[in-house]
Ligand binder design. Sequence first.
Ligand code: HEC
Length: 693
Amino acid sequence: MAGASIWMRCLAPAAAFALAACAQGGSESANGDDWPDYDGPGTTHYSPLDEINDGNLDRLGLAWHFDIDVGGQSLTAPVAVDGILYFAAGASHVHALDAATGKLLWQYDSQTREKAGVELRGAWGSRGIAYANGKVFTGTLDGRLIALDAKTGAVLWTAQTTERNDGRYISGAPWVFKDKVVIGHGGADYAPVRGYVTAYDQATGKQAWRFWTVPGDPSKGFENKAMEMAAKTWTGQWWKYGGGATVWNAMAYDSKYNRLYIGTGNGAPWNRKIRSPGGGDNLFVCSIVALDADTGEYVWHYQTNPGETWDFNSAMDIELAELKIDGVPRDVILHAPKNGFFYVIDRKDGKLISAKPIVPMNWATGIDRKTGRPIENPAARFPEGKPAVVYPSPFGAHNIEAMSFNPSTGLVYIPAMDQGRVYIDPTGPLSAWTFKDGQRISNGIGEIPPEPKPRPATSFLLAWNPLTQSEAWRIPLKGVRGGGGTATTAGNLLIEGRGDGRFTILAADTGKELWSFNARTAVMAQPITYRTGGKQYIAVVAGSRFSTAQGYEPEWDYRTQQWRVLAFALDGKDSLPPPVEKDMAIPDNPAFHVDPVLAREGARAYGERCAGCHGAMGLAGGSAPDLLRSQVPLDASAFADFVRNSPLVSRGMPAFREVPQRELEAIAHYLRQRAREVAKEPPKAAPIDNRGQ
Ligand code: HEC
């Protein structure tokens, strides 16, 4: 049972590291048997369980597997409570399985796809859910927060946390503490969205409080003092652009200070010159904001990117720990946002303790310890329309793949990326978003010119010492985004899936690979571990989440990879069925004459409407079928019918009812053209889909 006691795991100074560190808990599991919400029994994706450990991995085997069959992709973190494993696959289809056997106990379909229609902007679904007091909570892409009875899956209440069709969507996990459940949303990459988080009463679904993350139109008055303060850091008519700062991923509940920390996202639109033309920090974009958990009132903030302009954010993990710094135990936040710095922040007052880069970067040369502000490189702000190659890219040095902190090793494990992107103002007047039929074409940044080019992207698993702010070791990975989310345990385990299809366990202290399993598909979701019936299990959801090919060989195919929950235990005896062979043939219809004018129109329409799921330039990465290999586009008019009246709505393929016949046929012309190009010359390097989330 997820108990009320404060979970805290402190170890005496570990011999090898001579440091005392604790991982401290929010939604608490007293003994680590449960993994009740996104960030684990504490907040650092760390488990005190050690039955499975670095000395017995030769006995670790697949205990059971569960085939997920709801269509689309499932990059999701399960939770485990009282011997039941819960997870939300596809578009918030919540499943409950017997955590010891994988037997399905109940399944709940939120009908998000039917409700959201073409609002489904990408292949995302829910990245996580939460459990508290006999209830399971899930958000949906159409902005609902739903409470289910954990025993039966029956709906207890539903709260619409956004206005319908206001550009907001929910892909992140809810956070639970005391009698409340809190949810944020995304959307600032696509629409003039003003971010907020809302707390609800767990029992009734009644709204308890809401905190807006950026100020609205001053003529309408401010909601609170914090908004009044924040408005002084904006210029122009920012409210017309929403402002952004959505809380779309991480939060953390701090039981010691009874605070909720929220991590805010990028400004909307990305380019600050548009939303705040006279400059300014633009609070609370790109910040950690501490709120009173009972009232939602502002306590302090720390802004990682004042005046953010690159789609950076502070939405990545916020992990709570106690570190002994200069001999004094300090309550700290560990944070590795997109911008490439690793931050140690004092939880008491939000003051910076230390910050160091974890990847090569060029937007700043460091962080001023006194002010906590970055020392920026002015050229990185692409002044006067001069293109700038900026590192990191909007993918970030670290993204949604969870980092973890192990108090015994004192190390943080970060799925890291080293990549850059060219930023430039759009030609012509600065416009926030160019929209066509509700779809975004531009985000205030100009089209990427052929030159200059960033260096080739790489990815790696980084073990980072937050005390010394230095690298302990790193493991280079395949692909531009090779590492999945991590978890770490008292058994000296560091658990991580890989884009190349391996599920691995490394020694948490040395990084030596101790064990691996061929999952036959990418494993990018974060693993969890739990104990039921006196036995420890490690579980993960496997399946490629990518819309666009990421450079793996062979690339994962939607139709032949199987989304699965995999659960491992000592002496596990299960095995996977034989893999389904992938047919790489590209079909063609010689009677299909590509009209180059239509193909050009189709390229644009495809980019706006289809690429988010089917991959940039038709190169699919596993989250939806590969349309270059599909039979459906072989006939333009039959294809248009299919796309307009999609028979696969419940499986994640929206029906594009409003799109004119010509535009859909144009997409068929584009796909035929691309299919013939790719058949002639298979692509060497996959293009990168540049959306951060
Ligand atoms: C929100 C994600 C999403 C978007 C956006 C999307 N699709 Fe799909 N599409 C899917 C998924 C998922 C499937 C597979 C469903 C299943 O059968 O499991 C699919 C299936 C298809 C198929 C059937 C392929 C086959 O061979 O079985 C076609 C054709 C297709 N989509 C075309 C399009 C076109 C054209 C667009 C843009 C106008 C588009 N889709 C936009 C998710 C999407």
